[in-house]
Design a protein around this ligand. Sequence first.
Ligand code: ADP
Ligand code: MG
Length: 692
Amino acid sequence: MVENEHLRQEMRRCEGELQELRAKPRSPCQACEHSQESAQLRDRLSQLQLEVAENKGVLSELNLEVQQKTDRLAEVELRLKDCLAEKAQEEERLSRRLRDSHETIASLRAQLPPVKYIIKTVEVESAKTKQALSESQSHSQHLQEQVAMQRQVLKEMEQQLQSSHQLTAQLRAQIAMYEAELERTHGQMLEEMQSLEEDKNRAIEEAFTRAQVEMKAVHENLAGVRTNLLTLQPALRTLTNDYNGLKRQVRGFPLLLQDALQSVKAEIGQAIAEVSSDNQELLRKYRRELQLRKKCHNELVRLKGNIRVIARVRPVTKEDGEGPEAANAVTFDSDDDSIIHLLHKGKPVSFELDKVFSPGASQQDVFQEVQALITSCIDGFNVCIFAYGQTGAGKTYTMEGSLENPGINQRALQLLFSEVQEKASDWEYTITVSVAEIYNEVLRDLLGKEPQEKLEIRLCPDGSGQLYVPGLTEFRVQSVEDINKVFEFGHTNRTTEFTNLNEHSSRSHALLIVTVRGVDCSTGLRTTGKLNLVDLAGSERVGKSGAEGSRLREAQHINKSLSALGDVIAALRSRQGHVPFRNSKLTYLLQDSLSGDSKTLMVVQVSPVEKNTSETLYSLKFAERVRSVELGPGTRRAELGSWSSQEHLEWEPACHTPSARAHSAPGSGSSSRPGSIRRKLQPSGKSRQVPV
Ligand code: ADP
Ligand code: MG
């Protein structure tokens, strides 16, 4: 208790000190490391105080327990004392009775006779006494046991007291430890505060000395600036003068600028005028070049002939069968690609055309030959390309081709697209296509809503003499996809109309009419060129098959239109005043594209096999005649005179009737020897260059 009291006093003292410390002004540097540490220490202190308070509570509890135990002990000791006193009394009483009994026994022994009795009584009495003795002994035993028990309890209590003493000692040691720690912390805190104070003082001193030094420097600077200011004043004065002078100049500047601008404007205007005159000059030159190009191109085409004829021999196919009938009857000249040799009925016949394509020639090779014609269409020329020949000779292959390997039709449109694209900066072009067919002298629109409807060819009401087909559908095309769509549409229309398309197409003329309209953006000049791509009906003479009825009628129509084509070309060739365009729908429709500046290309398709040699011979003769139309005027007149009478017969529509055909078979008359005609008509390359 005394120690507890002592501890309490000490704690109070500590708290007082702590209070004092807290009351002291806080260190200026709150954020510094020391203040953090002191805060930590303070926390630790409060923690320790808490622990001390706890310990105090425990101690007081223990004290209370000790008190209770001490009280109980005192009580037990009191009871033990009572018991001991009781026991001593009893012992004394018993020992007194024992002594009395012994005395009695001794006196009785002295009086022997009655001794026995006495002994007996004594013995009797002694037994009673013994019983009392044993009772008191057992009582004493019981008391001793109780005493032992009490002693045990006492011992335990002493042990408890001892352990509580030990605990107290431990707690005391702990308190001492905490106090020591508190002391140490307090000492640390004091030290830190001391060092912080010193730091603060040092910093203040340093700042003060630094401020003094800076102040001195500032004073010095100020003195320098003052002297500078004194020297700058004259400079400022001169600057002000300069500024005023400049201001005066600036006032005059707009006038100066205006003058300069005017002169520059004049210069620029002059330069622009020069450039525009240069431009005009360039434009003029460009137009001249364009004209020249057109002329050159025209000349080139003209040199090649306005009506050119080429032959294309297709390869022998599976459909030709086997055996001598399918043997090859066509050979070529390795040195001259315009010659073709045919072995007909054992006799060799040769023809010269503008070009002959052997079976190995590709679609591109053939197209290469015709592309100059196609581009002339952009310059406003009308062009006709015909595929002529017997059925199965490859007309459709050359004109349409397959999807993977297209023929002239698609390639021509593709070329037109790319050419038009190239000229897009100066010209605006629109390309439209119409697809039509002529069957039994009836013209049908294959792109129309009603393909079975008959179309008429009319003269333009504007009096230009141009022809047009009212109701003929024109589709504007801009890409290969468009072309394919148009072709597919036309094809579908043709297929739905006729059950046997192959047969039908061999008996009708299929026409693809491409119109290229252009406007020169700078001059507004307009051009229109028409490209007619015609897959003609099969040229085979129907007499061979001995057809009747509708087949005969078809054949007659075909013959009529093919003959009319021949007649028209003949009339053009001989420059007759009257050209019989109206003799067939085909020539009438193509009137614009066959006359005047127009260019015509005839691709004569040839089957190479033995069984077709008659038709091949017939086709090649037709080809050579068509070709010979295009000669220089002098030559032409001179040459025409020598063979026109015979040839004219060949052009008569009636000549194509089966009976007439028989007379015009190869070998009859001079016309049956194409080689000789060739020699007569084209004695030299020069004659072909004479303009028409
Ligand atoms: P036409 O239209 O004159 O009746 P086609 O063009 O239908 O004849 O040709 C008949 C067959 O011969 C077709 O199967 C075609 O593919 C084939 N053919 C024609 N010319 C060639 C060629 N140059 N190369 C390969 N096959 C060809
Ligand atoms: Mg065909």
